[in-house]
Design a protein around this ligand. Structure first.
Ligand code: ASP
Length: 436
């Protein structure tokens, strides 16, 4: 497999994204005939895009469960599990706190919202309560694992899979049969994920074209300061903070990392859901970056659920924006409260589109700002959601690499190999009997 062939798919996905944006914006601007809306935008593009996202989501629960059970059973000693968990948790919380601080500082300097005419945006927003942290903790243990899987409750699935995996390791020879089965199942399910990745150019194109055709960019203008401040903050996090952490904490080449992130970034951008992107993130982190399954199977789904740096950044910039619009001065205590609440809200935020707006009510409530302020930014949220989801997913992958490196669960040769994890090669290979 040549390097050219290997990058073929990634290149196609990027082309599909750009073509989707151009066509979507064009469809939005020109006065299209009714049939274009009916048959193309709400017909073909809607069906292809939705089927693509459904196919991705279809893989999430089986993949996370099987992969995590296989990952836990592959650990030579169970104390590693505790270490991996603590490291991932601490790094996830720390990067989120850094992210909000960065976003608040930038927003403090730029001052988005000053002189903004609130009458320009007619949308309204009614707050929806986010669950309190106590409930998040109580909900960690499922009363019914099958229900947890049916609902796609990621934290509950993680808890059950961890306990199940530990029990397998402690069950002697009988456990070994189950262990081998899960290793094989993991390979089979990854193969299915690779099929979906091959369809990505079509899915991404349909999703993006429809989003831009429906969304339009007119709403951006009055909110340009908010939009650009947040975009800049997200870019600093992705291209500055994560590379710095990768370099200093793991000695990894950030450019190689960013190049390998292109596929999951395109999926995150087009689906606006880190949850739906889990299969691709997991595939990339394991097969292209060299993180061992024992770490990735835990850190990726956990990260997708509790690590939302981009979302927390939106909450930081949005708080400053809304405070400026309403002429409220935020004190240092308010800023600290925003950092704390946005970090904790990120833990309780589901990995689905637009949910960050819901937890923003928590953050605004903490500093006494009106929840209706959210109505002002709702018009540009879809686009920002797509970008912050890319940030969220990049953070999950970066921390997975750092934790794996520190645990000696990292294959440097895979990371350094630009051709590693080629989906083209994988989907054409003959059936393998490896349980790796
Ligand atoms: N869409 C984001 C995600 O899934 C969450 C959000 O910011 O609304 O990562």
């Amino acid at each position: 497999m040549t390097a050219r062939r290997t990058h073929h798919l990634t290149r196609q996905i990027v082309i599909a994204m750009v073509a989707g944006i151009v066509l979507g914006v064009a469809l939005n601007r020109v006065d299209t005939a009714g049939w274009v809306q009916l048959f193309v935008i709400d017909g073909l593009l809607h069906v292809v895009g939705t089927v693509f996202v459904s196919a991705l989501k279809m893989m999430v629960v089986p993949l996370v469960f099987v992969s995590l059970v296989a990952g836990v059973t592959a650990l030579s000693d169970l104390s590693a599990l505790g270490r991996i968990g603590v490291k991932a948790l601490v790094l996830y919380l720390a990067t989120t706190a850094i992210a909000v601080t960065l976003a608040l500082s930038l927003a403090g300097i730029v001052g988005p919202g000053e002189g903004f005419d609130a009458g320009e945006t007619p949308a309204s927003f009614s707050g929806n309560d986010a669950p309190p942290l106590t409930q998040v903790l109580i909900d960690l243990v499922p009363t019914n694992p099958v229900a947890a899987m049916a609902e796609g409750n990621m934290l509950q699935i993680i808890v059950f899979a961890l306990l199940f995996g530990i029990a397998i390791t402690m069950s002697g020879t009988r456990g070994t049969h189950v262990l081998n089965l899960f290793g094989d199942l993991n390979t089979v399910i990854m193969h299915m994920v690779e099929w979906i990745m091959r369809l990505a150019p079509y899915g991404v194109f349909a999703l993006i074209t429809r989003t831009f055709a429906t969304q339009g960019l007119d709403l951006l203008l009055p909110l340009a300061a908010y939009f650009l401040t947040l975009t800049a903050a997200l870019a600093i996090q992705v291209f500055g903070v994560y590379p710095l952490l990768l370099r200093t904490l793991a000695g990894l080449n950030p450019l190689t990392f960013l190049k390998k992130m292109r596929d999951p970034a395109a999926f995150a951008f087009s689906t606006a859901s880190s949850g739906a992107t889990i299969p691709v993130t997991l595939h990339t982190v394991e097969k292209k970056m060299g993180v061992k399954n024992s770490v990735a199977s835990f850190s990726v789904p956990l990260g997708a659920t509790i690590n939302m740096d981009g979302t927390a950044m939106m909450q930081g910039v949005a708080t400053v924006f809304i405070a400026n619009v309403y002429g409220v001065d935020l004190s240092l205590t308010d800023y600290l409260l925003v950092v704390l609440t946005a970090t904790l809200a990120s833990v309780g935020t589901a990995a689905i589109p637009a949910v960050g707006l819901v937890t923003l009510t928590m953050v605004l409530g903490q500093v006494g700002l009106p929840v209706e302020g959210i109505a002002l930014i709702i018009g540009v949220d879809r686009l920002l959601d797509m970008m912050r989801t890319v940030t969220n997913v990049t953070g999950d992958a970066a921390i997975s690499c750092i934790v794996a490196k520190s645990e000696n669960a990292f294959d440097q040769a895979v990371f350094d190999d630009p051709e590693a994890g080629s989906v083209e090669a994988a989907t054409q290979r003959p059936p393998s009997h490896s349980t790796a």
